[in-house]
Every structure is written in structure tokens, then in C-alpha cells.
Design a protein around this ligand. Sequence first.
Ligand SMILES: NC(=O)c1ccc[n+]([C@@H]2O[C@H](COP(=O)([O-])OP(=O)(O)OC[C@H]3O[C@@H](n4cnc5c(N)ncnc54)[C@H](O)[C@@H]3O)[C@@H](O)[C@H]2O)c1
Length: 254
Amino acid sequence: MFELNNKTALVTGGAQGIGKAISCALAKQGANVAIADIDEAIARQTADLINKEYGKAMAVQADITDIEKVKKAVATIKEQFGPVDILVNNAGWDRMIPFVKTTPEFWDKVIDINYKGMLNCVYSVIHDMIEKNHGKIINIGSDAARVGSSGEAVYAGAKGAIIAFSKSLAREVARNQITVNVICPGPTDTPLTQQMKDESEFATKVLSKMDKIIPLGRTGTPEEIGAAVVFFASKEADFITGQTLSVSGGLTMS
Ligand SMILES: NC(=O)c1ccc[n+]([C@@H]2O[C@H](COP(=O)([O-])OP(=O)(O)OC[C@H]3O[C@@H](n4cnc5c(N)ncnc54)[C@H](O)[C@@H]3O)[C@@H](O)[C@H]2O)c1
């Protein structure tokens, strides 16, 4: 079940946090995992861990906001592992700031990383997927896009754009047997949420209430997102496309 032997998986932002757990989970199921991250040093550490413990991985440095760098990374991955079968757009970034206190520069950064970065990655692999008549695209959204989140208005907008794009792309490429789905984590313990708390009392206040708000009574783990990614990447999910799945302890129910 959920066997991914010899599939090439590209995980953006796979060095740490949710992306690391996704990379490990895919490797455990037999995929050759390429970790594309802006932080090459941590990406290498994660690739080394996978090669030692779980399967096969490589690290490649890439800033997903720069399409030329993404194309170069995809070419390197293709040389070593073959064309990408599974693309997981996981890299993301945010800070918790009320919208009235944000700046246009902040909006650009949030939209460039969370939305346009995903477009760059999809565009760089989809032509090969169409040629192979097969592919799995899994985009990491956020429950912020589904229910809203105080202090994350721009980020929630960018993640909402990911959901709308994914449904539209799913319709366009279904004829090529390429599926496109979105996984929305709720609050999940990662270096990102730790940084948000470290830098802002407001973030600490909002995030500390989550255990009471989430029906299952706790925040999520990166491994719980990894498990959902493995499912969407598998043959067992071949008939599922254009869907949005929240992995958030019941924070979103729709
Ligand atoms: N942690 C949460 O509570 C939570 C909730 C909902 C959604 N998400 C989403 O899950 C995904 C992973 O989040 P996380 O919490 O693990 O974050 P994280 O900051 O812990 O890890 C993100 C990774 O992305 C990499 N990255 C950042 N900018 C990049 C760029 N321009 N190019 C390439 N790599 C880049 C970082 O180096 C890092 O390795 C993100 O899309 C985030 O929006 C997280």
C-alpha cells in the first residue's frame, strides 16, 4: 500500500519542519527524494539523514521565487533521479502581523514565496509530467485560507490563491493523468511557528490558544502532514484530484 518505488519526488522547503517530515515519509515509501531549499546546509543534513535511515535523497539549493534557479534545480534533479513524478510545493513563509501594520514589501515577500514560488515550481516540472502522461502535484496550503486567521491576512490570501489555482490546474491537466491536490495544515509545531512566537507577543498569544480551539485538543505534528502527502502521491489516490484536505485536528470541517 502507498508504494512509491523509483518515483522521483521533489519537495520544496524540504530541509526542516513539515517539508522534512514529508521528505522522510516519501523516502520511506521508496521514492527518490530531491530536497530543494534556499538553505542548502540544512537541506544536506536532511538528505544525509534520509540516505542513512530511510532511502534515497539529494539536496539542491534553490530559491523558489526565482524561476531560473528553479529550472536549474529541476535539471539537476532530472540528471540524477530522472523527471519529477511527484511535486510537493511545501516551501512557505509568514509572520503574524495585523494587516493594518503590514507594508507593501511584506505583501510582496509573502505572495512571492507562498504563491508565485509554487507557480515557478509547477511550471518547471509540468511539461515533463504532460510528456509522461503522469504526475502528482501536492500543494501545501493552510487552514488560514479556509477559515481565516488573525494576523495572517496576506498569507491566508496567498494560500487561498493556491487552492483556487490547484482546482483550475487540476481541470486543465486531468486529461494528462496528472492530479493536483492541496493539503491544509492547521497550526503545526515547526521552526516557522517557533520563530513567529519568538518574534511576536501577538503570535504567542494567538498560537497559545490553539489547543483550546482545535476540536482534537492539540496542534499537529509535521509527520501527520507527511502521511497525507504520501496518500495523495500514491497510486491509491489516482482518482482524486482538485481536492483540499485539512489535516488540522478538526479546525476546519467542510
Ligand atoms: N507550521 C504551521 O503551523 C503551518 C500551518 C499551515 C501551513 N503551513 C505551511 O506548511 C509549509 C511548511 O511550513 P513549516 O512550518 O514547516 O515552515 P519552516 O519555516 O519550518 O520550513 C520552511 C522551509 O522552507 C524553506 N524556504 C523558505 N523560503 C524558501 C524559498 N524562497 N525557496 C526555497 N525554500 C524556502 C526554508 O528554508 C525551510 O526549510 C509552508 O507552506 C507553510 O505555509 C505551516
